[in-house]
Design a protein around this ligand. Sequence first.
Ligand code: AHR
Length: 494
Amino acid sequence: MNRLIVKTQDGITKISRHIYGHFAEHLGRCIYGGFWVGNDREAAIPNTRGIRNDVVEALKRINIPNLRWPGGCFADEYHWKDGIGSERPKMVNTNWGGVTEDNSFGTHEFLDLCAQLGCEPYICGNVGSGTVQELSQWVEYCNFGGISPMADLRKKNGRADPWKTRFWGIGNESWGCGGNMTPEFYADNFRRYACYARNYGDTKLFKIACGASDFNYNWTRVLMEKVYKVAPNLINGLSLHYYTVPGDWSHKGSATEFNEAEWFTTMKKALAMDEAVRKHSIVMDEYDPARKVGMVVDEWGTWFDVEPGTNPGFLYQQNSLRDALVAGIHFNIFNNNAERVFMANIAQTINVLQSVILTEGPKMILTPTYHAFDMFKVHQDAVKLPVHLESDDVSGTSAVSASASMDGENRIHVSLTNIDPGREQTVAIELRGCVLSPSVKVTGQIITSENMQDHNTFNKPDAVKLSDFSSLSLSRSTLTVELPPKSVVTVELV
Ligand code: AHR
């Protein structure tokens, strides 16, 4: 029997809605064909100023809070002036398939997309191959409301008002595809680039430094030592990238054809995000005990082999029930570490890696990961309720993961995952400090399916979906939940 204590009176920290953020890179069919069908490209698909209506509607339903763009590795080769105005030079997308990038989707199109989605843009600047002036001017172009060379250029291109873009990344993976830098060299560069990324009017920038990959705690330490300690006002966020890769990088494993051993490896690797978040936090705490610098996990998710027959540079993969479990595990980790984790961005929104949406011409399907975002949206901006979990063991790891929150209307939501593919897990939840009146209503939602490999296809788009869940019983202040094998559940108490 699993035991969960939810401390209903101890909520202090808000779970930032930005934890449920997204990432869209110029990679494969994420932007082109995924979000953007403008400029006559697949123009038969209903769109608003070139942006697919079906995609916008779907992402609005999950309350998408932010969208990171244009990369990824692409960001450090992207020169933003190529993507504005009527004359747009082409470039080679050297990172992703060597295809020609025609720059038809640029700053105006991205910020229009964010406005249609009702989400905050998060722009990642070019540090690897761009100049300080280039990044500085991009901020001026987006945010300055007065008369200036960049504001005038923006107006000439049809946009009078500044967009007031708050989130700016100063480079991406600067230790790798973003310039192959040492942490010391990057820290110095961060200070230069961040220094000239100016606040205009009332738009105070939230500047995000490139952080570590996986368990590279030295990178975090050097950044905190050489940036935060000496120039605390320059940095608001420090990123972390961690992908769930079941195999090694040459044989990552199939997205849909896998056995139980691979299921467990995937779950264990997803659960390792907890270690990464906690240990990077410990390093950050040493320098920043007040937790002023937010951890920004701006790339996370599963990374499998591409679907057979697709371009290896496009990173197109299917998405099964296993991905929904991975998403649920990550959300529980981020919720439970809400004191430090300010933002997270799944890689990537459409047609790339652990997508929430897949498209095929005019068709669109929602993946099991989409349904996990839908289920967990109740935690956005709610107050975290601390949890204490005693979980049964399965294959050498915890069968259950959990997190909880209370929203503005005093509704309690408890989210649970059961990675056990063969057995139900019963969880006795003690709602400590909560006097439950007889009128309290308990409802639930679940994502599960018969087989762990089940996934949605264009022919069968609803094979894995969100359903009502009722294996719940309430007695005094204990709620007993029977979690079916391989399931993600959220319970609501009103
Ligand atoms: O998301 C795909 C790639 O993974 C990104 O471009 C890069 O930042 C990371 O290595």
